[in-house]
Design a protein around this ligand. Structure first.
Ligand SMILES: [Zn+2]
Length: 109
């Protein structure tokens, strides 16, 4: 019976110590995570995830077709008219297309 009381007392004391140390343990864990994060940021080559997004965005770039000559080109390099959804690869194609449009309009009248 005496041993049981001692065991219960030790358990409660251990629990109390753990309860008291819990905030410090949390802080220690946070500091450890911070160090790990800092190491990851200083050495970005370690993670295989960093080069992936760049190549993904490059590969996902939308291709548009020139309305005049039919050449496929990246959307970032295409000439886009505000008045129409058509895209062109160069100013020459844009002018040629505008000329054709004017001609067909004249022909219809
Ligand atoms: Zn073109």
């Amino acid at each position: 019976m005496k041993y049981l009381i001692i065991a219960a007392l030790l358990a409660s004391v251990g629990l109390l110590i753990y309860w008291r140390l819990r905030p410090y343990l949390n802080v220690a864990r946070r500091v450890f995570n911070l160090f790990r994060e800092a190491r990851r940021l200083t050495r970005p080559d370690d993670t295989a995830a960093t080069p992936a997004p760049r190549s993904a965005t490059h590969a996902n770039e939308r291709l548009t077709r020139c309305a005049s000559c039919g050449t496929w080109l990246p959307a970032s390099r295409a000439l886009v008219l505000r008045s129409s959804p058509a895209t062109y690869c160069s100013h020459a194609c844009l002018e040629r297309s505008a000329g054709n449009e004017r001609k067909t309009r004249v022909g219809r009248q």
